[in-house]
Write a new protein. Sequence first.
Length: 198
Amino acid sequence: MPSEPLGLRWGDVDWASGRLTIHSPKTAHQGKATRQIPIFPELRPHLEAAFDEAEPGTEYVITRYRNANSNLRTQLERIIRKAGLEPWQKLFQNLRATRETELVETFPLHVVTSWLGNTAAVAAKHYLQTTDEHFQRAIEAPAGAVQNPVQNPVQYPHGTACNGGKQESENPGFPGVCEPLQYCTSEQAPRLGLEPRT
């Protein structure tokens, strides 16, 4: 901020495919001068309204605050206070972090980082957040709704995780255990936990 939004031109808006081309001076030296992002449904009406209000021949999507002396942080703090809220630290970074966290809930991380122009490592270290909603969903989830990723059937389709596709019906006494694993799973850990008692 603010280089990417201020660099957005109307020629970068592809209405038909629903994409925006973002120019990124920060990553241009890495051979990544541009990237594409979707025109998200919550953004599209505002973008269409700005297009309808733009003077003919207007080049840039954002026409205000283009002066190098403009302080967008101060303007945003005023808007937040006017809404009756208290501005938070690192305004633009936190807005980006919130959006990245929202998107990761729906799309794979590699897709989200390609849209936002960072890496998975940077996203994990600086942007992805644990929210109150995460806690609430975990508390309210019905028993068994939170899957163990190791047991996710999408990751291990029938016949790939088990030897030749032998399923639990062929392994009586070992429900849900594949043939190669039955011999190492006959002993169960006690419910006391794995840590030694103190």
